[in-house]
Design a binder for this molecule. Sequence first.
Ligand SMILES: *Cc1c(COP(=O)(O)O)cnc(C)c1O
Length: 469
Amino acid sequence: MQEFLGRVGAELDVFLTSPRTDPARSMPDWSKRVNGELPVRGLGADAVLEELVDLIPYGNRVSDPGFWAFVTAGPTTTPLAAFTAGMVASPQRYLVSAFNQMEEVSLDWLARLCGLGSDMKGVYSSGGSSANLVGLGGGRQWAYEQIGVDVAKEGMFGRRGAIYASSEAHHTIQRSAAALGIGRSWVRSIPCDAHQRIDTDALRLAIEADVADGVLPVCVVGTAGTTNTGAIDPLRELGEIAAEFGCWFHVDGAYGLPGVLDARVAERYDGLELVDSVTVDPHKWLGAPVGIAATFVRDRSILHRAFTQEPAHYLEGSFTSQDDIEVSLDHMGVEYGDFGVELSAPARGVMVWSILLELGIDGMTERIVEDIDRARLLTELAREHPRLEALTDPDLSIACVRYSATDSDNLNEELLRRILRETDFMPSSTVVDGAFAIRPCFINARTTDELVRGLAEAMVRLGDELAAG
Ligand SMILES: *Cc1c(COP(=O)(O)O)cnc(C)c1O
């Protein structure tokens, strides 16, 4: 194990610190090797290690300091090492062990870090997509229970239900609605104001119209940090509207919930205590390896009613009672497998446990503030420059900027293509109020302010060339 991981670790250090060619450009070098024949006789572990180490340089660029596309970043080292340790030392999150307990402790720490009440209890799953599915599944269970239907058992009983989310909400809300049998078209898309925040008057009208039609208003979804621009919906107002109409209140904080640590924007999260469920992805802003999100609810019994796989001989039959635990196979530990859609799952909590132990609340706050500063810096640089413009006042760590020209949309589409091809910066794009924007999201712990300035300079230099035709 040591030889194996040591060898891989050494190569990963090289990977992170040496200049590389983009893997798409070197495809002929690796594609043929990856696509070899399925061997009848295996090559043996040593040969595979050789091959693996040789292929590491052809990984993607998500861990690069200039990678700012979407909402994703490479993992920091401590949680990566911690996760690797957990994969061996506790390959399952269940059964009594230090790692099973870290699951619960880290969920409690994470709730506290993100300003959630100490009554909020969580469960991990693989990412924001599944975390939203679990939260909305809890909401569906609860809303139908209010009309006397156990939806997990009986199905939706012919009564239509609707979910309300802004036009800027992440599309995993629609996908969750599809998976939950509510239906994508029953996610009412509520328009936003000029700051990409949900229009609460329009929300109210939409719910009232549904109620008049006999549709059950299941859930109001707020986003704390939209994926497009980092906007934060007015949570208190949403919570009050949800309560008024007897809906579940879910907040998707997959990306932006940790933004609450920055005192300058903390007030935007006012009303967070009204949530019934809320999600956050440690694999986004907290630097964990991809594959971890948390769903928090006030009472996990609702998730149990929505998602339990029900007792089975092959599982619960093995356990003794809670107060007679002598060996680790006597008890499941906390029964996370009944609070979501996964039974087998890695002990992911160790990632969050280790990051928060490494940085503490202060260190994590510093990181979040630095990232928000970077979005502000790029926005300022764009505002100061006569030929750049900023399309948003960022709440969080996403900036939306562009080169200003007569045909801005086309020029900036071309500009982004050239930035990706000719520089080491990798922002992605979005559309703000109909206008094409270059959109870096700063959650990458390996980024520097100098690189942010470099992007602004590259935009001017390449934009000037394009404008000159
Ligand atoms: C990224 C994101 C998701 C989806 O999360 P995954 O971990 O990619 O599945 C959901 N909601 C928001 C707001 C996001 O930014």
